[in-house]
Ligand binder design. Sequence first.
Ligand SMILES: [Zn+2]
Ligand SMILES: [Zn+2]
Length: 296
Amino acid sequence: MAQDHQILLYYLYRRIENSRDFVEEHRSLCQSLGLRGRILIGEEGINGTVSGLREATERYRETLGNDPRTAGITFKIDPADRHVFPKLIVKWRPEIVTLGLGPDDVDPTARTGKRLNPSEWLAAMQEDNVVVIDGRNRYESELGRFKGAVCPDIENFREFPDWLREHADELRGRKILTYCTGGIRCEKLSGYLLEEGFEDVSQLEGGIVTYAKDPATLGRDFEGLCYVFDQRIGVEVNFTETRSLISHCEKCGEPCARYRNCSCKSCNRKFFLCEPCEQTKGRLCSPACQELVGNL
Ligand SMILES: [Zn+2]
Ligand SMILES: [Zn+2]
């Protein structure tokens, strides 16, 4: 199919005056361009991902580039043959990525980890006394992650401070590398680690999606797919001979990157389920969920 659409992923931490008015203005802009996706705007900046016709997304980039409030923003761009979002959502939020650090919130324009480009990142991962921390959630790292990364078993970033308290001893004195999808979560995560007294903290600039496009690294040492928050769900990262799937259907164990939400309403857990298993065994994730639904 013709790749006449584009998907943009972007964020910018920069104080926006009258950010609530900016939301209305920005929604009108996106509507006039026929864009779909999800954009969060707050006093601290803007965080978005949208899809649209190529010319529309190019006009959008140009408009943001010419606006002093958003000039200099970096866009990650993927070609597509269609929209990958069902609708447009532009919202005001106190935080443009919900980390829920509360009084421990960090301002990434004041304090953040050292930024590594893809080549620097790949080299840093090979050094001694390094620990690589996946800054994302359980269902993201289960689809794909950097080789050897520590992946917190959390459903939401809000659980990260507790996870860190439990694992602080293992991390003390080590060189910490953090990564996430597009880089935005690491802006605060790496700053938070510095605040918590870890001294040597670096982050993958632009996240996995930037790493995947880097011609020098070709996504090396990334295993599986990168989880994305649109209809594609997973995108390729590793373009070397070591590419592989790391996820398996929970019912039959075959390699599988197809996520479904458990149809038990009170569970709703994301789990890997291949198409044949869904057809024959249904979409409940566990015997416990089967029993729960069966007894209703
Ligand atoms: Zn299966
Ligand atoms: Zn379940």
